[in-house]
Design a protein around this ligand. Structure first.
Ligand SMILES: *Cc1c(COP(=O)(O)O)cnc(C)c1O
Length: 396
């Protein structure tokens, strides 16, 4: 089967799912409706536009109610949320933090912001996320426990935490990973930026780690324009994070007292207003995402040379960004396919460049990354905007 034949089949399958009008089928565009106008207008009318206000509180409460994770701090973006997760988890300058190489660059950047060192780990085919078994074998080989700390024998640095990322909304195997973290005394942090509305064995992603980060960037399932949140079961930790993200200002009616170097990271009310309206739409957005994924799964079932990626058996995914896995390895065929599908009006793109290939991270420590390399060369993302399916096509 030649790659151009595969390309023709893929485009035909996409046409069955997404009948193109005059517009291109975008990878991911927000669907802004419901009370968005009313809530944002309310901010403008009342002058409550900045980093305090009733919509921020309401947005945090709504997120807590939806996820079942009781403590939520809304911040300016997902990267800032990850940065705070790492500091809250005790990551210090000179530590190493285990991060999948197959992720968006923010996961590694947040580690660098702490003057810590990203240490890249491999992914598994089943979830596209961290391979817990392979990680355990690797840690047996390179680490030694020293007074409750996990030391990297090769570099002499402390291995402090693991950041698990739920790729395209598909949950990693959290039970297996949590067991590895416990055994090796590592803090588990969840980069749940892509997985709002995704569940692992019935529990919302972000529930398992000590802390978790969400993103509400324009391309995520719910947007606040730009935004993020930190979620944790730990009320004390949440209070600490709230303080740190509010320039470490000591509460007082008029005095400006700050007790350490804090961050100006709180989400503005204007963004939270949009977020409140988007959260009201979330059940509908999730239903559309599942309907679109179901249609793709059906349309690609008989297409040779390619598999539509489906949620792992233990998970319910939000199907934030749909993905195809090409049978044939090699970037040449993949790039021809990307060109053909974009030409045909379907926005597609390759997966991220693995972190250890980026110039600022290419000298970082790493394990064997064969599966991540292979996945990165074979994955492509396909149009996933919620507007590509109508509300009538959902089960709701
Ligand atoms: C989007 C995203 C982030 C960061 O979010 P921003 O809000 O864009 O800063 C972090 N990690 C992953 C995996 C993401 O997809």
């Amino acid at each position: 089967m030649s790659m151009s034949m595969t390309g023709d089949h893929i485009i035909a399958a996409m046409r069955r799912v997404v009948p193109l009008g005059s517009v291109r089928a975008a990878l991911h565009e927000p669907l802004i409706g419901g009370a968005a106008w009313a809530y944002v207008k309310d901010c403008l009318d009342t002058g409550w536009v900045s980093s305090a206000g009733a919509y921020v509180d309401r947005f945090e409460e709504s997120l807590a109610a939806f996820t079942g994770i009781p403590n939520v701090v809304a911040v300016v973006n997902g990267t800032a949320a990850l940065h705070m997760c790492l500091l809250a988890a005790g990551v210090r300058a000179g530590d190493e933090v285990l991060v999948p190489t197959l992720t968006f660059v923010a996961t590694a950047n947040a580690v660098a912001y702490c003057n810590a060192v990203p240490h890249f780990i491999d992914s598994e085919r089943r979830t596209l996320g961290v391979d817990a078994e392979k990680l355990a074998r690797y840690l047996e080989e390179i680490t030694v426990q020293d007074g409750g700390l996990c030391m990297n024998k090769r570099t002499g640095r402390v291995l402090r935490a693991v950041v698990a990322m739920h790729t395209f909304g598909h949950p990693v195997n959290l039970d297996a990973l949590a067991a590895v973290c416990e055994r090796f005394h590592l803090v588990l942090i969840e980069d749940a930026a892509e997985s709002l509305g995704s569940y692992y064995k019935g529990r919302h992603t972000g529930s398992r780690g000590r802390v978790a980060a969400l993103s509400f960037n324009g391309n995520k399932i719910v947007t606040t324009g730009g935004g993020g949140a930190i979620l944790t079961q730990d009320a004390v930790l949440a209070a600490e994070i709230r303080h740190l993200t509010t320039t470490a200002k000591v509460p007082h009616p008029w005095a400006y007292e700050h007790d350490r170097t804090g961050y100006n990271y709180r989400m503005p009310n204007l963004n939270a207003a949009l977020g409140c309206a988007q959260l009201e739409q979330l059940p509908d957005l999730l239903a559309r995402k599942r309907a679109l994924a179901r249609q793709y799964a059906e349309a690609f079932r008989e297409v040779p040379g390619v598999q539509f990626f489906e949620e792992p058996s233990f998970a319910q995914s939000n199907y934030w960004l749909n993905a195809l896995l090409l049978d044939a390895p090699g970037a040449a065929g993949r790039d021809a396919l990307l060109a053909a599908t974009n030409e045909a009006g379907f926005q597609t793109r390759p997966c991220w460049t693995p972190m250890h290939h980026l110039p600022m991270y290419d000298a970082c420590p790493r394990m064997d990354l064969a599966t991540a390399e292979d996945l990165a060369a074979r994955l492509i993302n396909i149009p996933s905007s919620p507007a590509l399916v109508s509300a009538e096509e959902t089960d709701a």
